[in-house]
Ligand binder design. Sequence first.
Ligand code: HEM
Length: 172
Amino acid sequence: MTLTKLVVYEELRIEPPVVFQYAKAKEDLVVHSHDAAFEIKKGEMIFGYQPFATKDPKVFEDPEEFVGHRFVGEGEKLLKYVYWSNGREIDDPTVENKQCSAKDLVVLLSRVMLVELFIRYDTFTIEIPPPYTIIEVEALTARRALEFAMEIGIDQDILEGDSKILIKAFGE
Ligand code: HEM
């Protein structure tokens, strides 16, 4: 089930549901980027666009790519750059910080919906552009699934198939 959580985090990173944020500064402050610092005076309006941070190429490799296992293992350190809840994913909402009070509930329900999708739909239709054949795409998909299983530490798998052509293509 951990994987469903990581997939939800990646979705919230790549497409934060509330992208714009604004507020008046309660005190003088300095906001730092990688290579500059910006002075903000008390009372000034600050406006933020989350994808600038959640798709920052200096933080996330291939930021425009959906990588389901991005936050596995060492990748977990990157969770502090996921801000959909108006705060870091590693932080908790308090009476002081205006972070979404339903932060954990949102992640939990998203995971439940994801699992429900997988339970309901086990086939889907796609158009395969030439020169690939459906068999080749199926073989590549199965191989990718096995690679992914190994990446997350599963070292024993049973691959079931009902097509001799596919099993042959996979072997090749
Ligand atoms: C995908 C769903 C959700 C997203 C993306 C989301 C996002 C956010 C964001 C960005 C804020 C900060 C607003 C701001 O002050 O700028 C916020 C605040 C809040 N959210 Fe959510 N939220 C979600 C679902 C929920 C749900 C289901 C609840 C309640 C059951 C909830 C309760 C709250 C509350 C009470 C605050 C105000 C916190 C405060 O001002 O101290 N949210 N949410």
